[in-house]
Design a binder for this molecule. Sequence first.
Ligand code: BDP
Length: 688
Amino acid sequence: TTYDDCWLRYDRVDDALRPGYRRRLTHAYVSEGAPELGAVRAELRRGLEGLLGREPHLWQHPPRSVDSFLAIGHPEEMRPISETIDVDEAWNLADGGFLIRTVEWEGQECTVLTASSDRGLVYGTFHLLRLVATGEPIDDLDVREEPANENRIVNHWDNPFRRSVERGYAGQSIFDWERLPDVRERYFDYARLLASVGIDGVVPNNVNTGIPSRPTENDAVADRAGWQLLARENLEKLEALASVFRRYGIRIYLSVNYAAPIRLGGLETADPLDPGVRQWWKDKVDEIYEIVPDFGGFLVKADSEGQPGPYDYDRSHAEGANVLGEAFEGHDGRVWWRAFVYSEHDDRAVQAYEAFSHIDGEFHDNVTVQIKNGPIDFQPREPISTLFGAMPETSLGCELQLTGEYTGQGVHTASHVPMWKEILEFDTHGDGEERTVKDVLADVEGQGIAGVGVVGEDESWTGNHLLQSNLYGFGRLCWDPDLSSEEITREWARQTFGGDEQVVETVTDILLDSWHACIDYHTGGLGLMHMMYNGEEALENHYDPAPWEWPEYHGATAEGIGVDRTSSGSGYAAQYRDPLTELYDDPESCPEELLLFFHHLPWEYELTDGTTVIQRLYDNLHAGAATVDDLRERWLDLEGSVDERRHRHVTARFDEHALQAKRWRDTLCTYFYEKSGVPDERGRVPTE
Ligand code: BDP
């Protein structure tokens, strides 16, 4: 292949460990039947050949002449499993869960891998291969794993046909609709990457299904936008894609356009209460299932940024979503309805809550409301969306962004894993007691986590080799939000860069330190955000600094900075449950890292340690850029320990990252100085 294997490199394990692994894994008795078991066998061959230098012998019955073997299958299908494992325990595992145990069977040692579902066997296989790839012992296994989140989905913002990727920084879309139903090797490899970390759903097309995101002058493909994927001829293509992902236990979904009954069905209206519209959606969903029997469902961006929706007919979002939910009755599918909706309110932070909190409990069972982690838009750090504490009667999904739209776009090394940890661990105080976002999510049926995709045609998949860790970390956290950022990052580094401890430690530390640096040089670290350049629509860049462009987001004036979002200001703080409202309302108790998100304060307002707001901004902006220099140095020190190709690639990214961090630092420092007239105590910010 010409593209990278990411964390599935399966580099040869240490000589000292190899004999032990070989003994246990060279003979494998694997059940047959489901397409997933074909994937299990193929991965064992590929993985063990790489790791152990020898392909395993695959058996269709228990191998008798060997001391030790691996058995993979469903609890009742295979005697070495049914006779050594509590079959009920295995059947009762949540979908995707698996057991791996070391047992003795008829005088032979046996490593048993079993699950309640075919995808569980796939996950278990990847888990076992990961243990080997990270040098863990496998002689006495007792593993029981179940996913914490029921749905773990990647949302691609890929524009079909034109193959551009909205907010994609790693080249063209990997999905080639013109050539489908021909399938590409890349689909298999992508499915393997996803399944290896437990992701079970893929939405291959952009939520913006109607308007092309990057218009060109002669836009011949504008009429071949994502909404057309629902057309019969494209459903055949969809099935070809689904047939690849199905082997890895992954279901395919579609982003749909709310006006599809008009655009595609030729109806006069898309009013959700119109009987003809209801029937049209029902027929369409039935038709999809005839072609794609394990279709996952729809993702909908409605009434948002130019997309049509139920507001066009004066209907609520619950009414809008339920017509789709009903269409899925009798099918195992789900509607993911995004809460990314603006309202009339001046403060954008307030808006999604205004549109959704009052319709809690009104959604059909098979509708999930998908909420972005923060109230603005995937900024380097945001407070956690108030909606997570406000919709106890609704299936909720949390939407995260894997791609670095506002965190350096495939160039900057910015791990999102620590940010996601902070989000999932945040206590919403939902029902008056401790309820973290991860608990809120885990408690209802039909819930899950969705991540906006990051891959493209680039040989590195993600535009920067180190950013593969965000795809890896996303899957691992969806599976087990209790894992620490450090565990996840180490695991990833070990599989991606091999067993040299110095390399693993350095890469892990670089990534763990990268998020704070990113916050500091992009925002000054006190809760400001959205200070990026937008530009002409066709160029929308969101990459360069331009604090003058959207002053309403930072509120800088001659007197002070920040936005009053307290209960008596825009009211955003009042959308939280107690005691959060109180906490954020008072600048004395508001956490410093969000202070200027909630408060407009004088430039020389004193922080707890006596430093002024303006001085802290200068200091943080400088600290962020300095950390990037340091991350770059640490990476440069790995020259010779990391293969040249990847070392050179990441070095080039770091060179640009270091420049860009200084550009942000200098632009923001100068802007704040010009607004405030207060010089930097340490003389770093030019005063003329
Ligand atoms: C935005 C992104 C835009 C997306 C939108 C969304 O910049 O590209 O279409 O979020 O999430 O802010 O729908």
